[in-house]
Write a new protein. Structure first.
Length: 274
């Protein structure tokens, strides 16, 4: 089509259980389509280094044709500065799907509430696992501690994050994690699975904690530790916002990307700069 420069973003990590899903023929053709597109592009732009590795290993994209640009968000300084409140509020946000690991979090809460019976957890989002999660809440007798508010406005979730003691994000796989980024943008510490691009956001022990996948006991231990150490929590809160401003604030990210694109255009097609 005589397009001199062709860039494509990549922001969805492959499900590690994809080979167990139905419709394998459709999945194969989707994979083949992506591979063709990636071969026709000048550069592929993943949102995390974890996705760069996936592009290299799965789609065989050469490293020199990959450039990582992390997701970025607009700052919300008006939501910064909320101190932890009582009763303690925890939050999780994301579709109610198996990959988000909310069942692991609910199991962890059964342990947490033994030490902190007043703790409250809100899991925002909707999805196919709602019935299973509701059954698990009833089975573990957590109806007074865990709620599933469903889909609410983005502003409401962001405001809830700013008031929460911590965001808990127990995903089984994750490309980058917008809710993790949103949490640190309002100064809320994060306890999250050490998968995908999440370790590129959260610095262990500084902005929160990273935990293994599918380990409710470890997750519960980290939640209890944070609940028992308010000074650590508030120190992490300050670290979160400074981390966000340095690495993920939207205006800076846009400028950095614009500079890179301009340099790439000048490198490949210098006559297009004018």
């Amino acid at each position: 089509m005589r397009v001199p420069l062709r860039f494509v973003t990549y922001h969805t990590m492959l499900d590690p259980e994809i080979d167990k899903k139905p419709n394998q023929a459709a999945i194969f053709f989707q994979f083949l389509r992506k591979r063709i597109v990636f071969r026709l592009t000048t550069m592929v732009l993943p949102v995390a280094a974890a996705l760069k590795q996936e592009l290299s290993e799965v789609y065989r994209v050469p490293d020199e044709r990959i450039k990582v640009f992390h997701n970025a968000l607009a700052a919300h300084p008006e939501l910064i500065g909320n101190e932890s409140r009582s009763p303690v509020l925890l939050i999780s946000a994301g579709g109610l799907s198996l990959g988000k690991g909310h069942d692991v979090l609910i199991k962890a809460m059964a342990t947490v509430t033994k030490e902190h019976p007043d703790v409250k957890l809100s899991i925002y989002g909707e999805g196919p696992e709602r019935s299973l999660l509701e059954s698990l809440i009833r089975e573990l007798q957590l109806a007074q501690n865990v709620e599933l508010p469903g889909n609410v406005s983005h502003d409401a979730v962001l405001n809830a994050m700013s008031q929460a003691y911590a965001l808990i994000h127990p995903s089984r796989f994750e490309a980058f994690g917008y809710s993790v980024l949103e949490a640190i943008s309002v100064g809320t510490p994060v306890i999250a699975s050490a998968v995908g691009g999440i370790p590129e956001i959260i610095r262990e022990g500084k902005d929160g904690f990273l935990v293994p996948v599918d380990e409710p006991v470890v997750l519960a231990e980290r939640i209890c530790y944070l609940l028992n150490n308010n000074e650590v929590r508030n120190s992490m809160s300050r670290n979160c916002y400074s981390r966000f401003e340095e690495a993920f604030e939207l205006n800076n990210a846009v400028q950095n990307q614009a500079d890179w694109f301009e340099g790439k255009i000048h490198q490949i097609q210098p006559d297009l700069i004018n």
